[in-house]
Design a protein around this ligand. Structure first.
Ligand code: PHE
Length: 462
C-alpha cells in the first residue's frame, strides 16, 4: 500500500493551514490572560523576543525536517537525525494526543458561548445574570461538557478524514480569511472605544520593574504552544510541502501572522475591559476566565454593535480552535498512516475515537465526577483537565522542543540543513549562519532553562 505522498495544493494553502494550526486558543484565550497576569508591556516585549529568537528558528527547523524527509514526526526525525530520535517523534505524537484531548473541551465552550450570545443578541442580555455563575454551571454539567466536546471532536475527525488537500487545506482556505476579517472588524470596533488608549499603553509600554522572574519562562513556554512547536505538528505539515518551495519565508509568514493575531486579540479584549470602570478589579479575580466570564456580558454593555460582534467573536474562537485541533489530530493520524501503513479513514477514526475517551475524562473533571476532578498529581492542578494541560505545556512541549533543537543544531550536518534552507527561493533577510547559531546555542540554552526551572524551582507555566 505505497501511495504517493499527498501534497498541499498550493503554497498559499500550506501557509494558511500552518498558520491555522498556530493560531488557536493559545492566541485568543491564553495569551491575553497571561499578559494580564504578568502586567503587560515588559512581558509582551519578552514574548516577542522569545518568538523571534527561539520560535522562528525552531519553526524553520521543524518545517525543514518534514520537507526533507517527506515523512511525519516519527519517521522524519529517525531519517533526518538518527534512529533514536524516532522516540522524540513518538513523544510528540503522545503530546498531540494529550493536547487534543483537553483542548477540545475548551473549544466546546466556545460553541456554547456562540449559542448563548446568539440568544442574548435576539432576546436581550438577562438582567442580573452573573456570568461567573453561568460558567461554573456549564463546566460542572458533565453531560453538556461531553456533548460540546463530542461535537467539536466530530468536526475535527470529519475534516482530517478527507486528507491534506481535500480536508485540512480546503478548510483553512475558507476559515482563515473569515477569521482575519472578523478579527479586523472587532479590532476597529475596539479601537473606537474609550478604553483603547489605556489598553495600548498597558500592552506596549514596558515597565521592567513589574516583571517577575517566572514571567521570562512563561513567555518562552508559551511561544512553543502558540506556534505549535515541540511536538512534530510543523514537521508533519512540512512533510506535505513539495520540494522546491521555500520554507524560510513560509516560516516567517506563519510566525508573523500568529504574533499579530495574539496582539490584536489582546488589544480587543483589554480595550473592552478598560472601557468599564472597575472592571480590571473583577478581571484580577479570575484572569483565566477573561474570555468566558468577563467578556460575554461586556458585548452587551459597552461594545458598539456588540449584539452582532459578540456571536461573531465566539465563532472566531471556534474556527481558530478547529484549525488547531485538525493539526493535532493529523500528527497522530499521519503516524499511523506512515509507520503502520494504515489507510487514512481507518487511522482517523481510530485516533479520533481513542483521543475522545480522554476528552470525556477531561470534560467530566470540572466537578461533575469527583473522582476525576479532585486527584492531584501536580500540586495545585486538580483533576484530569488541569493535570493533562500542566503535563503537556510544562513537560511535553519544552522537552520535545529541546530535543528537536539539539538534533537539528548538533546532530544534523551543516550541509544537510543548509541545502534545505538556502536556495533560490530564500528571502534576503535570512542568514544561514545566524540560524545555525540560534539553533545550536540560543534556543537550547533558553529551552533548557525552562526545564530546569520547572524541575528544580517548580515554576508553573500553565
Ligand atoms: N498553537 C495552538 C494554539 O495556539 C495549539 C497547538 C499546540 C496546536 C501544539 C498544535 C500543536 O492554540
Amino acid at each position: 500500500m505505497n501511495q504517493p505522498r499527498e501534497h498541499w495544493g498550493s503554497n498559499m494553502g500550506f501557509i494558511l493551514a500552518a498558520t491555522g494550526s498556530a493560531i488557536g486558543l493559545g492566541n485568543l484565550w491564553k495569551f491575553p490572560f497571561i499578559t494580564w497576569q504578568n502586567n503587560g508591556g515588559a512581558f509582551v516585549l519578552l514574548y516577542l523576543m522569545c518568538i523571534a529568537a527561539v520560535g522562528l528558528p525552531i519553526m524553520m527547523a521543524e518545517l525543514l525536517i518534514g520537507r526533507k524527509t517527506q515523512k511525519s514526526a516519527v519517521g522524519a526525525l529517525k531519517e533526518a537525525i538518527g534512529p533514536l530520535w524516532g522516540w522524540v517523534g513518538a513523544w510528540g505524537v503522545m503530546a498531540g494526543f494529550i493536547i487534543l484531548s483537553y483542548y477540545s473541551v475548551v473549544a466546546g465552550w466556545s460553541l456554547f458561548y456562540f449559542v448563548k450570545t446568539v440568544g442574548w443578541s435576539v432576546g436581550g442580555f438577562p438582567a442580573g445574570l452573573q456570568t461567573g455563575d453561568l460558567f461554573a454551571e456549564i463546566v460542572g454539567n458533565g453531560g453538556l461538557q461531553s456533548l460540546l466536546s463530542a461535537l467539536f471532536m466530530a468536526a475535527t475527525v470529519g475534516i482530517v478524514y478527507f486528507g491534506i488537500h481535500g480536508g485540512i487545506e480546503r478548510v483553512a482556505r475558507i476559515f482563515l480569511p473569515v477569521l482575519f476579517a472578523i478579527l479586523l472588524l472587532l479590532l476597529v470596533s475596539a479601537l473606537s472605544m474609550d478604553g483603547a488608549g489605556a489598553a495600548l499603553t498597558f500592552i506596549f509600554r514596558p515597565n521592567f520593574s513589574e516583571l517577575e522572574p517566572g514571567s521570562v519562562l512563561e513567555a518562552l513556554g508559551h511561544s512553543f504552544f502558540t506556534l505549535s512547536l515541540g511536538m512534530g505538528a510543523m514537521i508533519t505539515y512540512g512533510s506535505y510541502v513539495a520540494r522546491g518551495r521555500s520554507i524560510v519565508s513560509a516560516a516567517g509568514t506563519i510566525v508573523l501572522l500568529d504574533t499579530l493575531i495574539a496582539l490584536f486579540a489582546t488589544i480587543i479584549m483589554f480595550s473592552v475591559i478598560f472601557s468599564v470602570p472597575g472592571m480590571d478589579e473583577q478581571v484580577n479575580k479570575s484572569a483565566a476566565g477573561m474570555l468566558f466570564i468577563s467578556l460575554p456580558q461586556l458585548f452587551y454593555e459597552v461594545v458598539p454593535f456588540g449584539a452582532i460582534l459578540g456571536p461573531l467573536f465566539y465563532v472566531l474562537v471556534a474556527l481558530a480552535a478547529l484549525t488547531s485541533t485538525i493539526s493535532l489530530l493529523e500528527v497522530v493520524v499521519s503516524y499511523f498512516i506512515d509507520e503502520h501503513k494504515m489507510a487514512r479513514p481507518k487511522a482517523t477514526l481510530l485516533s479520533g475515537g481513542s483521543i475522545f475517551v480522554f476528552t470525556i475524562l477531561s470534560a467530566l473533571s470540572f466537578g461533575s465526577v469527583p473522582g476525576l476532578s479532585n486527584f492531584e498529581i501536580f500540586e495545585g492542578k486538580p483533576g484530569v483537565f488541569a493535570t493533562l494541560d500542566h503535563f503537556a505545556s510544562n513537560w511535553a512541549l519544552p522537552l520535545g522542543g529541546l530535543l528537536i533543537t539539539l538534533g537539528a543544531g548538533w546532530f544534523m550536518t551543516r550541509q544537510a540543513t543548509e541545502t534545505e534552507l538556502v536556495d533560490e527561493t530564500t528571502p534576503r533577510w535570512f542568514n544561514y549562519g545566524a540560524w545555525r547559531f540560534f539553533m545550536r546555542f540560543v534556543a537550547p540554552v533558553a529551552v533548557a532553562a525552562i526545564l530546569v526551572a520547572v524541575i528544580f524551582f517548580g515554576v508553573d507555566f500553565s
